[in-house]
Design a protein around this ligand. Structure first.
Ligand code: FE
Length: 191
């Protein structure tokens, strides 16, 4: 049985992570916390299922967990934050939450491969990291990506991600997602 206390503790750990490191920017106009809240907001607006809203809120936690720092991309480092984040969250959340996160960089590489105009909508930081992440996907990579069960969810997440970078957007705070996060942890039944 899932322990309520443990689920609460994990949600508290996430809240603490945003409280301590959510002010960092990673080359974007918005802070990590603002970006997370806006991305989740767009998922909600789109009527995304709760697992995808949780994924939207948490998709970049890997950025806050790594040591490479805010200017990693300037230093030419691909931090592979999508894998760090998915691995960390997998302690508590199921694949409906972690796999779109793991694939959200792949989703960008897919989109620019199939729709070059998509490049124009990317933020400067996202464009810069694209090159480090491998650039547009090859034909083989496209087929492998589309065959993954979470590919479509990752593409939806990618859209919310791009939309979640508006300076000064007024959206709901982290607290409003606590129950949803606890619910997702309970459903996964991992802790
Ligand atoms: Fe993002």
């Amino acid at each position: 049985m899932t322990s309520r206390l443990t689920a609460d503790a994990f949600v508290a750990e996430l809240a603490d992570l945003f409280a301590r490191l959510g002010g960092l920017h990673y080359g974007e106009d918005v802070s990590q916390l603002e970006h997370a809240l806006q991305t989740a907001h767009h998922a909600k607006l789109d009527g995304a299922p709760p697992a995808l809203i949780a994924a939207a809120l948490l998709h970049d936690v890997g950025h806050m967990m790594q040591k490479a720092g805010e200017n990693a991309a300037d230093l030419g480092v691909d931090t592979r934050h999508e894998h760090i984040g998915a691995g960390y969250l997998g302690r508590a959340f199921g694949p409906e939450v972690t796999e779109p996160i793991r694939l959200h960089v792949a989703a960008k590489r897919y989109r620019v491969a199939v729709d070059p105009a998509y490049l124009e909508g990317l933020s400067k930081a996202s464009l810069q990291s694209l090159a480090l992440q491998g650039g547009p996907m090859s034909e083989g990579e496209i087929a492998a990506f589309l065959a993954k069960p979470a590919a479509q969810a990752a593409l939806r997440l990618r859209g919310y991600d791009e939309a979640g970078k508006a300076p000064d957007a007024d959206v709901a705070g982290f607290e409003t997602y606590r129950a949803l996060l606890r619910n997702q942890i309970d459903r996964a039944n991992r802790i």
